[in-house]
Design a protein around this ligand. Structure first.
Ligand code: SIN
Length: 282
């Protein structure tokens, strides 16, 4: 099909990739161009795609091993690698009138609650709202660079505890089952990690952070709030407005993201998500 065309989407991050059909297998040159753009822009959009579940899985697997999510209630019934983000009832075809996963509305990096968190997330927008339901991204490498020297020294060596059960309870979500808790116990990760491909330092924050290891509760909470407020200033954020057929992929090591609210009774939002596993953060 030729070389993909890559056009920056904003001055912060992101690029549009055209001239590729994700329903077919990419050749080596196409894949290399996409991978290079992924490292450079952190967020890629492939507009106007039409892909089946299997084609999404095959494309995602080019980047690495896929996650089967611990929250089995969100898994696609025939393709467990696909996590279904949907406000539409599968049986009745009607909107359910509430947000299917409140946690996605707060800033996070996917699977940061695992020892081996996400490298990339790939979303395929099947039905997308006309108003709201955007996905916003914050550039955590730029946010780290902009910290002053004293803060960088303070963060050096600190580790944060990430706990899915705590983050779900905070959002008023149903508690995890015993089996899910056993599969996803709390883990700790460095608060500043180094990107394995670009070598850049990154602030590694997420809604799954329950506390900073070794700090008193108040200090831990104040530091998390201060860093999150710093990293999500408009100068580091890019808001992405969905159109049906968009495939969007991002680097979870160097960005955090959240969905924005929408009218869950009037609007339909059905998105298929695959997540590629990454390295243990260092
Ligand atoms: C996610 O948090 O992985 C999904 C974000 C979205 O629904 O926009």
């Amino acid at each position: 099909m030729g070389t993909p065309q890559i056009e920056p989407l904003s001055t912060t991050m992101g690029a549009d990739v055209s001239g590729v059909d994700l329903a077919r297998e990419l050749d080596g040159a196409e894949f290399a161009a996409i991978e290079a753009a992924f490292h450079r822009f952190k967020l890629l959009r492939f507009p106007a795609q039409r892909i089946s579940e299997t084609e999404q899985i095959d494309f995602s697997r080019r980047f690495g091993k896929l996650q089967v999510h611990v929250l089995d209630q969100f898994r696609h019934p025939r393709h467990p690698e696909i996590y279904v983000l949907s406000n539409v009832d599968r049986e009745t075809g009607r909107t359910i009138g509430h947000h299917p996963d409140m946690g996605t509305l707060t800033w996070h990096s996917d699977l940061s609650f695992q020892r081996q968190p996400a490298l990339a997330t790939i979303l395929y927008g099947i039905e997308t709202p006309a108003v709201g339901g955007e996905t916003q991204f914050a550039d955590m490498a730029a946010a780290y660079d902009a910290l002053d020297g004293a803060m960088k020294r303070r963060l050096d060596g600190l580790r944060a505890i990430h706990d899915l059960d705590v983050s779900r309870r905070r959002m008023g979500e149903a508690p995890m089952t015993e089996a899910q808790r056993r599969e996803a116990p709390p883990v700790n990760h460095p608060l500043v990690r180094t990107h394995p491909d670009t070598g850049r330092k990154i602030l590694y924050l997420s809604r799954h952070v329950s506390r900073i290891d070794g700090l008193p509760d108040d200090d831990s909470e104040a530091l998390i709030d201060e860093l999150m407020a710093h990293a999500t200033q408009p100068r580091f954020v890019f808001g992405y407005r969905w159109r049906p057929g968009d495939v969007v992929m991002w680097d979870n090591r160097s960005t955090i993201h959240r969905a924005t609210a929408y009218d869950t009774s009037a609007e339909r939002r059905v998105i298929h998500r695959t997540v590629v596993l990454g390295d243990v953060p260092v």
